[in-house]
Design a protein around this ligand. Structure first.
Ligand SMILES: Nc1ncnc2c1ncn2[C@@H]1O[C@H](COP(=O)(O)OP(=O)(O)O)[C@@H](O)[C@H]1O
Ligand SMILES: [Mg+2]
Length: 224
């Protein structure tokens, strides 16, 4: 199985001097296409920091991140938004939907950002919503949707532009158990069917049962 995303010897120190915190400590980790990798660990163990570094949102203090074998860590800050656009879909714990936009418009926004060919964007957004089971809710505003439905919109948005990597930080934290299970299953199926590398951070035992591989973080290090 091909590796799509790698961290090698990645560390992150927040702050300086006495108040500095070693949030991630010399972590090496690779993510393959076709796999859903779960990162578990107690609160404060560095999961979100590691996910942000691997997702090219945050620079590591040291170490390297590679996408398809190419180092991105040495690149200029200006290059990172394009890399995120090309390779990543993100799902965060807070759904981050625009309240003034309908579900379909929330998805369209990302498609507009990611695609050079702007034709057929409405149809594509509707197709993505259908895929996450929201075909009939596409014209709803976030305020009129349940937590699970909003999370599905967030997933449709993460899938927009068909990125090869999806990063999800505690995607089921605000969902009831049933919906959480559905969302996790959707992610796992996507890794297998669409050959995506999926990294999720979760404390959810259901995630553990569905993931292809689990790593545990403790005090910023991978427990072996
Ligand atoms: N922006 C930040 N500035 C300073 N310290 C931070 C920042 N973000 C996280 N931390 C600290 O880094 C450590 C790891 O945090 P985080 O990656 O959020 O862990 P987790 O997601 O596992 O809860 C914690 O001690 C946290 O307080
Ligand atoms: Mg976190």
């Amino acid at each position: 199985m091909t590796v799509i995303l790698e961290a090698e010897g990645v560390s992150k120190i927040y702050g300086k001097g006495e108040n500095s915190i070693l949030a991630v400590d010399d972590v090496s980790l690779s993510v393959r296409r076709n796999e859903m990798l779960l990162i578990m660990g107690p609160s404060g163990s560095g999961k979100t920091t590691l996910l942000s570094i691997m997702g090219c949102i945050l620079h590591p203090t040291s170490g390297e991140v590679r996408i398809e074998g190419k180092a991105v860590t040495g690149l200029h800050e200006d290059a990172l938004p394009d890399i995120r656009k090309q390779y990543f879909g993100f799902v965060f714990q807070a759904f981050n939907l625009f309240p003034s936009l309908r579900a379909v418009e929330n998805v369209e926004l990302v498609l507009r950002l990611k695609k050079t060919d702007k034709t057929g964007i409405r149809a594509e957004a509707l197709e993505l919503l259908k895929k996450v089971g929201l075909g009939k809710r596409s014209h709803f505003y976030p305020a009129d949707m349940s937590g699970g439905e909003k999370q599905r919109v967030a997933f449709a948005r993460a899938l927009a532009g068909d990125p090869p990597i999806i990063m999800a930080d505690e995607p089921t934290a605000n969902l009831d158990s049933r919906t959480g299970q559905d969302v996790l299953k959707l992610l796992r199926d996507m890794s297998e069917e669409s050959h995506k590398g999926i990294v999720i951070v979760s404390h959810d035992p259901k995630a553990e049962a569905l993931a292809h591989r689990v790593v545990f973080l403790e005090d910023g290090r991978i427990r072996s």
